[in-house]
Design a protein around this ligand. Structure first.
Ligand code: FAD
Length: 342
């Protein structure tokens, strides 16, 4: 059993709003652990539009989804947030001492007096390739994410897809794999040019194979993959031997386990008050795209405001005996000390 981790605040979701919450809570000396099913921070900004410009972040006339994420990470850095990536926040229970215990699907246990749900449009879940019988191999030899690279050491891997995840994992797993192949339907990739170049260099050096084709069928027994049929116009159908298929066909968002947390819901959103952004359960807050209140706008800037107000109430819950003093970062030497700027 992994020992439970005690902290001040558990944040579900490391999207822009969860990341800014780290900053606002940090100014009040509250320490955060964040959990996200994605393998990196940034939520929708990093996953859905890393290279698209955003024009309505106050005082940043133009910045991309990835740049906003990088800046939020930098801003939160003085408060040393701890991230638990590639994990689904699965179960939330009230403990006898009034705190909350959150358990992830990989067994991480976080305990805190305050939980902040910054789960956006829900958790990202992989789109499954439309291949007959694929369920029989899922979890054994077909995977939609890489949780632990070691799991793939010495495997004969076929990666399917043409985006960043497919290319990143092709390049990162190639040194571990016994054999590596990538299959994509076109000889064009929607991924960072650097990863595409690295992949092409590996192909040129004989370190891996690239197939321009579609996956048509899977072959194997008892969940153990032995080969895959690929097809394209030039070659028709042909078989490629492999024991592992990693399919990266993009992600969609689903509310997921948050729906089972016992909170009131309004059309899959979590109703909150607009003073503290607290849910129907004291000590559980919802900020960003996941919450609902009259006049709500699903904008990043709304989530930032909600994070600031949430933090005030989180402090009162965690330190009921302490007085909260309102301070400006510009003029407060104690805030500047926390930020490491004085
Ligand atoms: P998200 O960014 O959705 O992040 C939530 C995170 O929580 C995700 O990473 C998810 O994996 C994780 N999560 C959820 N449930 C769980 C769970 N149970 N366990 C683990 N992890 C979980 N907004 C603007 O203000 N300006 C714009 O110009 C703009 N342009 C956009 C363009 C596009 C194409 C899209 C799709 C959105 C745009 N938005 C824009 C909206 C903006 O991206 C969202 O408002 C913002 O991302 C919400 O941030 P968030 O942190 O609340 O949630």
């Amino acid at each position: 059993d992994i020992p439970a981790i005690d902290t001040d605040v558990i944040i579900i979701g490391a999207g822009p709003v969860g990341l800014f919450a780290v900053f606002e809570l940090g100014l009040l000396d509250l320490k955060c652990h964040l959990i996200d099913i994605l393998d990196r921070p940034g939520g929708q900004c990093a996953e859905l539009y890393p290279e698209k410009p955003i024009y309505d972040i106050p005082a940043l006339p133009i910045c991309t989804g990835q740049e906003l994420t990088d800046r939020l990470i930098e801003q939160a850095k003085p408060f040393s947030p701890e991230f638990h990536f590639s994990q689904m926040a699965e179960k939330l229970e009230k403990m006898d001492d009034g705190r909350w215990r959150l358990t992830s699907d990989t067994g991480t246990v976080l305990q805190a007096p305050v939980v902040v749900i910054a789960a956006g449009g829900g958790s990202f879940v992989p789109k499954k390739p439309p291949i007959k019988g694929i369920e029989d191999f899922e979890g054994t030899s077909v995977h939609y994410a890489v949780r632990k690279m070691e799991q793939f050491r010495d495997k004969n891997i076929l990666i399917a897809g043409g985006g960043d995840s497919a290319l990143d994992w092709t390049v990162n797993l190639q040194p571990l794999a016994r054999q590596m192949a990538l299959v994509h339907r076109r000889d064009e990739f929607r991924a960072a040019p650097d990863s595409v170049n690295k992949m092409r260099d590996l192909v040129a050096a004989g370190g891996m194979t690239l197939h321009i084709a579609q996956v048509a069928a899977l072959h194997g027994e008892n969940g153990q993959l032995e080969a895959v049929t690929l097809k394209n116009k030039e070659q028709g159908e042909f078989q490629v031997a492999c024991d592992t298929l990693l399919a990266f066909y993009g992600l969609t968002m689903k509310l997921g386990p948050v729906a089972e947390f016992g909170l009131n819901l309004h059309e899959n959103l979590i109703p909150v008050d607009t003073e503290k952004f607290e849910t129907s359960q004291p000590g559980i807050f919802a900020i960003g795209d996941i919450n609902h209140y009259p006049g709500k706008l699903k904008l990043i800037l709304s989530g930032f405001h909600e994070a600031a107000l949430m933090a005030q109430q989180a402090f009162r819950i965690i330190h009921p005996d302490q007085k909260l003093r309102f301070q400006y970062t510009t003029s407060s030497s104690s805030l500047q000390k926390k930020l490491g700027v004085s």
